[in-house]
Design a protein around this ligand. Structure first.
Ligand code: GDP
Length: 445
């Protein structure tokens, strides 16, 4: 999972502070050494690591203390806040032109996921009542134009591509013509897909810069594969110099990326990450929120994204009820079962579970998670009486045994489900009420 190792190592090193009544400089330095190694191993650039650890150190040893938190929790809070800072601070939204069409240009290496992203972005904007037009300016890669046409069809949006014999081979002309076309046909957002190369190359940069000059885009999004590792900073800087961009899109965050790209690119280019791409499907796409990403990295969970996705999959009323239930501690196994049955139309369950607090600690289970787990969980809950589903406190030993028999599972399976449910409900409650969730095993924040 995204940031898997980094996340595990950060939470581990922070856990070592647990139980200390007071933190000495040596305690803080010990933890920071581990954090520093974890970040370097995750390919975060040395500059960023140095600045990060020195900022955390200064704050952890200063008088700026939150009396409500124990020392270990204070360090977690500081690390969390500093992570938010290096991820860009506040969320940055797309800027739309005062007079349409808004022009968004995509740039990046070949294979970064630009064409896929063009479709995702278009679909996302179309949902928001925009009328996007995709423009095929990658005239280099064989089939790139066709690929964009397929993506456009899947996204249900229009694609502007060069007609044979008219501007073929001249992406600048295609881009210019597309804007005239968008004006005539009243498309309000133009998304220009450009050509990439396997490595940074002068001709590619010039072409992208020429397209930029000819179209004066409102946004230039630099698309970067989160798996790129140590080359991330150099590649981003090359694009910044050659084309310049207004924002970054991180792709393939679903993969086993070590995450360093995300943590370095913002600081090194001073450009915000605006979107994250998390899979091959057109819906695997989210606006990027630095605070939510930081809490995913620290395994504090990402309940807000979870609730938002629920909001999209269900209707809003239902999602609000869900949040209310979390907040008031009245979320029951009955609700859980209902959600689970609806979740089947909500993308991969695994991804959802990955957003729960403590998901990092359950990484292995998550990796081994398969849909059959759902069937088993369903069977267990279905073997409970209505009263038991409403109130897990009723579940004494003999009831658990009956449920295990009824569902063909073991008592251990039943116990595990009940425990997981109770823990999740507790954390959901904290977050739904606007609090900070606890780091698993660290006591409440
Ligand atoms: P382009 O050359 O920059 O236009 O890249 P493409 O859009 O053609 O993407 C290259 C490959 O990466 C394709 O096989 C995509 O399906 C895949 N891809 C794109 N975005 C993601 C993502 O977020 N996650 C995963 N797993 N694959 C992706």
């Amino acid at each position: 999972a995204t940031f898997g190792t980094l996340s595990t190592r950060l939470t581990e090193s922070l856990k070592n502070l647990r139980g200390k009544g007071k933190l000495s400089p040596a305690d803080v330095d010990g933890t920071l050494r581990e954090i520093r190694r974890a970040m370097l191993d995750a390919d975060v650039s040395l500059n960023v690591v140095k600045k990060f650890t020195s900022d955390v150190r200064e704050r952890a040893l200063s008088d700026e203390v939150n009396k409500a938190l124990n020392p270990a929790q204070q360090v977690v809070q500081i690390v969390n806040e500093e992570l938010v800072t290096i991820l860009g601070g506040a969320q940055r939204r797309l800027e739309f032109a005062k007079k349409p069409p808004t022009i968004i240009m995509l740039a990046g290496l070949q294979g970064a996921g630009k064409t896929t992203l063009a479709g995702k972005l278009a679909k996302y904007l179309a949902k928001d009542k925009h009328t996007p037009l995709l423009v095929a300016c990658d005239l280099q890669r064989p089939n790139a134009v066709q690929q964009l046409e397929v993506v456009g069809k899947n996204a249900g949006v229009a694609v502007y591509s060069p007609e044979p014999g008219n501007g073929v081979g001249d992406p600048v002309k295609v881009a210019k013509d597309s804007i005239k076309f968008a004006n005539d046909k009243q498309y309000d957002v133009v998304i220009i897909d450009t050509a990439g190369r396997l490595g940074v190359d002068a001709e590619l940069m010039k072409q992208a810069a020429d397209i930029r000059k000819a179209t004066s885009p409102d946004e230039v999004l630099f698309v970067i594969d989160a798996m790129i590792g140590q080359d991330a900073v150099a590649t981003a800087q090359a694009f910044q110099e050659g084309v310049d961009f207004t924002g970054v899109v991180l792709t393939k965050l679903d993969g086993d990326a070590r995450g360093g790209a995300a943590l370095s690119v913002v600081s090194e280019t001073q450009r915000p990450i605006m979107f994250a791409s998390t899979g091959e499907n057109l819906d695997d796409f989210e606006p990027f929120y630095p605070d939510r990403m930081a809490s995913r990295i620290l395994d504090l969970g990402d309940i807000l994204t979870l609730i938002e996705q629920a909001q999209e999959a269900f209707d809003e009323k239902e999602a609000a009820q869900l949040q209310e239930k979390f907040a008031t501690d009245s979320f029951t196994l009955e609700d859980f079962l209902e959600q689970m049955q609806q979740l089947k139309n909500m993308g991969s369950m695994k991804k959802m579970l990955g957003m729960l607090p403590g998901a990092g600690a359950m990484k292995e289970q998550l990796d081994n998670f398969d849909e059959r787990e759902l069937v088993r969980t369903e069977a267990i809950i279905q073997s409970m009486t209505k009263a038991e589903r409403q109130n897990t406190k009723l579940l004494n030993g003999s009831r658990r045994l009956r449920i295990a028999k009824g569902s063909g599972m073991t008592v251990t399976d039943v116990n595990a489900l009940v425990n997981r449910f109770e823990q999740a409900a507790k954390m959901m409650k904290t977050v739904a009420k606007g609090g900070m969730p606890q780091i698993p095993g660290m006591g409440p924040m």
